[in-house]
Ligand binder design. Structure first.
Ligand SMILES: NC(=O)c1ccc[n+]([C@@H]2O[C@H](COP(=O)([O-])OP(=O)(O)OC[C@H]3O[C@@H](n4cnc5c(N)ncnc54)[C@H](OP(=O)(O)O)[C@@H]3O)[C@@H](O)[C@H]2O)c1
Length: 350
């Protein structure tokens, strides 16, 4: 692999003069060891070839998500460390190209593909397959891939999948219904900002929890009420909810059970610890309250649904900032702060 140095200067973008890539090769952001943002560097890797039912996508934009951050650092909630290492690779990263979501153009298709044509603009979610931080990515035509909603910019489209598929999975598990009172903790992040918009779309009465600087953002996403967690503790104000979605690990059942209505559901996107996950199955007896955790799963239908509501203007992915992919280390550093609003996007040049 020919590694190409990344710029580390924070304010002066350096465009890598991409030395000609050999035939059958492409550039990708590669990491071969766990560590700080700088372990990720541009390198040449084999260019994939689509099989009969696959499409080859020329990636135009992607994101650095919290999944990429966890995979790069093995940062896991307490108790999940061993599980993380077994999943991502015991002696080093098993999947060396990160990136779970993308927007791009179909460059070629396998001979049995019927749903897409060369030149189609698409949005795709590679999920735990990763691999989106590359010039090209293959996807099965029946996978989590959908035509790009015209209403979204390429950057917004790249940020359409990770947070929203997670929010959709959990809201459906929690059987969200019109008129439900829903609280979203972590309403400014990728998952939370999508959850606010989706809950609103499903006809819920939505309250978002975020810090002061993000109150206006969360309101603009459609939240009926916003609680600034630096000023108010939602567990102490006497309000109760049908659904509490916690994307931060800061609202374990022990803390927010009283804020759930009888029959209420706590959706645990991020568990504070394994110990808590093990204990979360026991809400107060007879209350009908439920805690729902686990890993989100995604279908092609979910992508169609999200693209549809994006096209209708009911869902606009929030973009925190955009970096050219040569500055991927800065993008990773931004994600690592835990403070991003929505998604950090990487754009790939021509
Ligand atoms: N279970 C699954 O399948 C699944 C899928 C995807 C992601 N996840 C996990 O879900 C978590 C969230 O992901 P993400 O991509 O949305 O993360 P993110 O974009 O980094 O968002 C986290 C947000 O939470 C806010 N926040 C932090 N502490 C808070 C608090 N006490 N109250 C309210 N808001 C708070 C942060 O803003 P401020 O700190 O600025 O307030 C930030 O905007 C990650 O840990 C990720 O690993 C799980």
């Amino acid at each position: 692999m020919n590694a190409i140095a990344l710029s580390s200067a924070p304010s002066s973008p350096t465009v890598v003069s991409s030395a000609r890539t050999e035939a059958g090769r492409m550039q990708a952001l590669v990491y071969t060891q766990y560590g700080p943002p700088e372990v990720v560097a541009l390198a040449e890797v084999p260019k994939p070839t689509p099989r009969d039912h696959e499409v080859l996508i020329r990636v135009r934009a992607t994101t650095v998500s919290t999944a990429d951050w966890r995979a790069r650092t093995l940062a896991m909630p307490p108790g999940f460390g061993l599980m993380g290492r077994l999943f991502f690779g015991v002696f080093g990263p098993r999947k060396k190209v990160l990136g779970t979501e993308l927007a791009g153009e179909i460059e070629s298709i396998g001979k049995a593909v019927t749903r897409f044509q060369v030149g189609d603009w698409v949005v795709a979610f590679t999920d735990v397959g990763f691999g989106a931080h590359a010039q090209y990515c293959v996807m099965p035509e029946t996978g989590a891939i959908v035509r790009k909603p015209a209403r979204l910019s390429v950057e917004q489209a790249a940020a359409m999948s990770f947070g929203a598929t997670t929010a959709l999975h959990f809201l459906r598990k929690g059987k969200i219904a019109r008129g439900d009172k829903v609280l979203v903790v972590g309403a400014s992040g990728a998952v939370g900002s999508a959850a606010v918009q989706l809950a609103r779309h499903f006809g819920a009465d939505v309250t978002g929890v975020c810090r002061s600087a993000n109150v206006e953002l969360v309101r603009s996403l459609g939240a009926h009420r916003v609680i600034d967690y630096t000023q108010e503790d939602f567990t102490q104000n006497g309000e109760t909810y049908d659904i509490i979605l916690d994307a931060t690990g800061s609202a374990p059942l022990s803390r927010c059970e009283r804020s759930l209505k009888p029959g209420g559901r706590l959706l645990i996107i991020l568990s504070a610890s394994l110990a808590q996950s093990i204990g979360l199955a026991w809400p107060a007896k007879g209350s009908g309250k439920k805690a729902i955790a686990g890993v989100a799963s995604v279908t092609a239908g979910d992508m169609e649904f999200l693209a549809g509501i994006a096209e209708a203007g009911a869902f606009v992915p929030v973009v925190d900032c955009v970096y050219p992919w040569e500055r991927a280390a800065e993008a990773h550093a931004r994600v690592e702060t835990g403070r991003k609003r929505g998604s950090v996007v990487l754009t790939l040049g021509a």
